[in-house]
Design a binder for this molecule. Sequence first.
Ligand code: ADP
Ligand code: MG
Ligand code: MG
Length: 247
Amino acid sequence: MLEINNLHARVEDKEILKGVTLSIKAGEVHAIMGPNGSGKSTLSHVLAGREGYEVTKGGATFQGQDLLAMEPEARAAAGVFLGFQYPVEIPGVTNLYFLKAALNAQRKTRGDKELDAADFLAYVKQRVKQMQMDVKMLHRGVNEDFSGGEKKRNEILQMLVLQPKLMILDETDSGLDIDALKVVSDGINAMRSKDTATLLVTHYQRLLDYVQPDFVHVLAGGRIVKSGGPDLARELEEKGYGWLAAA
Ligand code: ADP
Ligand code: MG
Ligand code: MG
């Protein structure tokens, strides 16, 4: 599903990613942990195609296609979903409009018919309920004056609407209380199947109690310095990162 091969990237003049190699197959959930400033968000941003990041070496493919050569919109249409630590606000554009436009853009690229208004509303309401959100939020500006927790729920709602194949989620757990964490985790788990894959970036083990990863990797100094199973996350929670040699 996702192959990251010796990826090097820099921001401005600073090399941040120094050779990340990672292979994620359909059906798998991989967690990336690591100290502050190790390059976790940079990795998510590079995979998302955000401006300002220069890939200097290596690359990444999604289902065999050169992911980094695709426009961000094409990535979304192909089934890549990117959720961010700080979701953007789009004041004046209602959530409902945004979700409908995003879904229809994806359907159009795939050659599917647009959903009509009534079908879309039924489709989205079911998912709003699943995320235990108030339907009124569909009529508010995208993330406008949403609390941190509401933004994260909204992000998972977007994901449930778009039904991606590959999910890359950067600190989806940050700022969530226990109840919201549970709802967000249930949303992520609902997307798990033999045909989907997830890359979960997180600081803490807490999320991984709810969304159990198949593999855990530690990113330090721009490289993956250790990989293991779910036990590695528990070990990190106990011992911190200091015992791992940062490259
Ligand atoms: P993490 O998500 O693991 O905490 P980041 O990927 O956000 O780490 O940051 C990795 C390093 O890159 C940090 O030293 C950070 O200061 C630097 N960095 C990230 N974005 C920028 C930027 N836009 N300009 C300059 N330095 C940046
Ligand atoms: Mg950080
Ligand atoms: Mg980060």
